[in-house]
Design a protein around this ligand. Structure first.
Ligand SMILES: Cc1cc2nc3c(=O)[nH]c(=O)nc-3n(C[C@H](O)[C@H](O)[C@H](O)COP(=O)(O)O)c2cc1C
Length: 196
């Protein structure tokens, strides 16, 4: 196998608006072993991008293509080419952040391509795997449930058949995740497992 063939394309979405926040810290830690191994990494800080919410115009039901022209155009291409996809988000009102949800909703065009037009995105030669990273301030048992269900639908829609989830509650202040006894190590190990 050549170097180019063994190098994975990793696409990582951060749904937090808070620079240096818990989502960003956790995602960086998951990406660290992948960067160390020389894989190709593209990070999308969703809060800084121009992503309009889905307009339900219906065009993608016939073509599988979104007609809106904004930063999702590049993201669609990146998702198609990705071997591994990381979605990281803070929990907002029991769900993904609006920044993450807007990106996920725009993947309705992939949903149409897959389920209406019966043309799912093919997995690459190394398969496709996902990692979901969630942080929330509350410690409640079900605090991340809605986000997890949404993320699972997102991953299946973009032909990611399996993903791992790391979810941490009680993490509220900027950087609090660094005080968690296992979170950073868990994220690093999960990053390593993405390649296996
Ligand atoms: C608008 C908003 C809504 C939130 N809703 C929840 C919630 O429903 N459940 C929860 O556990 N934490 C909630 N939080 C707290 C954040 O999830 C928490 O502070 C998290 O660590 C932020 O991650 P970040 O540092 O990556 O931005 C909310 C925070 C904001 C700003």
């Amino acid at each position: 196998m050549t170097k180019a063939e063994s190098t994975l394309k990793i696409v990582a979405f951060s749904g937090s608006p808070r620079p240096g926040g818990n989502t960003e810290i956790l995602m960086k830690e998951a990406l660290r072993p992948l960067a160390e191994a020389g894989h190709g990494i593209t990070v999308y800080p969703l809060n800084t991008l121009n992503i309009r919410p889905c307009q339900d115009c219906g065009n993608c039901t016939k073509t599988g293509v979104c007609v809106l022209r904004d930063d999702m155009t590049g993201i669609f291409t990146a998702i198609r080419a990705a071997d591994r996809i990381i979605l990281a988000s803070p929990i907002y009102f029991y769900s993904l952040s609006a920044q993450a949800k807007a990106m996920v909703d725009r993947c309705q065009s992939f949903w149409c391509e897959r389920y209406l037009l019966k043309r799912p995105i093919p997995a690459g030669p190394r398969g496709r795997k996902g990692l979901l990273l969630l942080v929330g301030g509350r410690r409640k048992e079900n605090a991340a449930h809605c986000a997890e269900v949404t993320a699972k639908a997102f991953f299946r829609t973009i032909s990611v058949p399996e993903h791992e989830t790391l979810s941490y509650g009680g993490v509220d202040g900027r950087g609090d995740v660094e005080k968690h006894p296992t979170a950073l190590r868990d994220a690093y190990e999960a990053g390593k497992r993405l390649v296996l």
